[in-house]
Design a protein around this ligand. Structure first.
Ligand code: ZN
Length: 232
């Protein structure tokens, strides 16, 4: 068995696996961002609340305008001298004073509502900034992720071509053995010996085991993790 070619295949596959893993997270990063969605929803909600408060203020203003027209009319009647009857005059004066009271109360309400509205408007402004910030951060992330994705996809295509070439130099029974082991061993079937230990699990080998790894006549499986070991 040619372990050099198989380990070359392993290197390519390990690289391909890493690319796939990173691509999955990059594709996810380019999807609509959670923070953008929540800040946008918050902005919409704040805008709705502000709109309602503006409506309430408009109603109060309309009410004040109506009452002022009524007051002006009553005043005009009072000073026209047309009403002579003392009872009617008294009623008119009572109405005028009542209207003035109502207008004063409404104007207090107007002031309160304007303060409330101002507060809501600043909340909308903050919500807008939060949303714009999240959106622009996301756009930056997205374009970075997109560039990285492009690079990885090119690398992926190149590795797949390299893999085809390497596959031709390995016997199909060895490829089968390798593929099966890869499935069972989390993608890593063949590992090198690093400082007399298995590079995958770190198990130290005895001198005679190291001899076996170096012999080209038979495969040596790591006694702990079961992967094929090869000497560089
Ligand atoms: Zn091992």
């Amino acid at each position: 068995m040619n372990l050099t070619n198989l380990s070359e295949l392993q290197n390519i596959d390990t690289h391909l696996d890493a690319i796939q893993l990173e691509l999955v997270s990059l594709y996810a990063a380019m999807q609509r961002d959670g923070l953008v969605a929540t800040t946008e929803q918050n902005l919409r909600e704040q805008q709705l609340i502000e709109k309602e408060a503006q409506k309430t203020l408009n109603l109060i203003l309309e009410d004040i305008a109506k009452k002022k027209i009524k007051l002006a009319q009553s005043d005009a009647v009072l000073y026209s001298g047309k009403v002579q009857n003392p009872k009617e005059l008294q009623d008119l004066q009572l109405e005028i004073s009542s209207l003035k009271g109502i207008i004063a109360t409404l104007e207090d309400k107007q002031l309160d509502q304007m303060i409330k509205l101002e507060d809501l408007q600043s909340k909308v402004a903050i919500a807008k900034l939060d949303f714009q910030k999240a959106a622009s951060t996301f756009e930056t992330q997205k374009s970075q992720a997109s560039a990285r994705t492009q690079k990885l996809e090119n690398e992926n295509a190149l590795l797949l071509r390299k893999r085809e070439v390497v596959l031709k130099s390995i016997e199909s029974k060895d490829i089968n053995l390798y593929e099966q082991l890869r499935k069972r061993k989390n993608g890593l079937a063949i590992v090198s010996l690093e400082n007399d230990a298995c590079a995958a699990c770190g198990t130290q080998l005895t001198p005679s085991e190291r001899q076996d790894v170096r012999s080209s006549t038979k495969l040596f499986y790591c006694p702990t993790c079961g992967r094929i070991l090869y000497a560089k």
